[in-house]
Design a protein. Sequence first.
Length: 374
Amino acid sequence: MSVLCRFIRSRAHRLPIVNIARSIGGASTEYFAVTYEEHGDPMKVLEGKTLTFETDPSSLNSNEVYLRMLAAPINPADINMIQGVYPVKLTLPLIAGFDGIGEVLSVGSAVKSFQSGDWVVPNAVSRTSIGTWRTHTVCEEENLWKIPNDIPLLSAATLAVNPCTAYRMLTDFVDLGKGDVVIQNGSNSAVGQAVIQIAAAMGLQTVNIVRDRPNNEIIVKWLIDMGATHVITQEFAHSPEMKMLMGTMRQPKLALNCVGGKGIADILKYMERKSTMVTYGGMSKRPLMVPTGSFIFNDVRLRGFWMSQWNKEHVNSPERREMWHYLCGLVRKGRLFPPIYRTVPLEHFKDGIKRTMEPYTTQKQILVMDKSLL
Ligand SMILES: NC(=O)c1ccc[n+]([C@@H]2O[C@H](COP(=O)([O-])OP(=O)(O)OC[C@H]3O[C@@H](n4cnc5c(N)ncnc54)[C@H](OP(=O)(O)O)[C@@H]3O)[C@@H](O)[C@H]2O)c1
């Protein structure tokens, strides 16, 4: 499988399993999907199945779109959803996957926003409309968001969740000017890599904390090459040398927290007075340990961010169009690349799941339905 990083749940997700592929009027009446009927260990509860569409996709309802999925990353939220520990609870059985990209094959008579050949991602208006780990789907027009199809496919496949999250956190919480400093943990995550690249394009400096590991210099080099100003380990952040490093730059106005736990204190003590920490992930599975003094003497502001909620609140907003325009522009300029990745054929999804659940990989697993991506 080659190195590498695309989505949608339709009306068909609870349909009976069939064994023989067939097609009517040029549209496939069956599709392969990664499904689960109960929560638990993804390696045990996920199953690959051939499902059949409720109605023939060659005779779509007027508001429906028929798609082939191209690629879909495996994100921590997907794993948590399957495990049953994600805060959003959906009725089972389900098709897994929140993120990814599809290509429009045909549209119903009343569909105005899409045409054949367009690339689309989930619109996030309805969680029940998603389920991206599949080959084909039929879904309603309102559940799709069109994105440009002149950028590399794997960039497009990985933009909707992680780089959009990075972009919003860098623009919505604090006014940042050129030379200002942003500090983050989990910096080798897909979000962290997007933060580094977008911040560099904005002229910001970044201090990037990663977990220590053998051969850490490889991660350091990767992140520096992406535009990181400094890459340090959690141990360094806790050491007296950290004070010296932070003394060479402006005090951070913004901190981005992917991890939680007690390492938060090592970040907050270097932050500017009235600065903001935005929490978007909880990878350590530990609560935030915030020293009382950070509130009293530094008046620190603790905020949270959830991309799905932002999308719901800004479905057809100028801000959302502007964000996509900006991010696709960075991709075209060679300033924003997909996270370090590995492509995995959809039918080998367990291989991608296993790798995702291992620590210290720094490699986004991307399920691909289009074999030319392998
Ligand atoms: N709020 C939102 O809207 C939003 C949007 C996107 C993502 N997220 C969240 O952001 C986080 C990162 O997502 P992603 O797709 O970027 O992840 P990813 O690429 O899969 O990377 C996972 C990261 O978590 C780190 N990690 C794993 N276990 C850890 C532990 N016990 N302690 C400290 N670090 C640990 C990994 O570091 P190692 O290399 O050291 O293992 C890696 O940096 C997830 O929690 C995800 O749910 C939230």
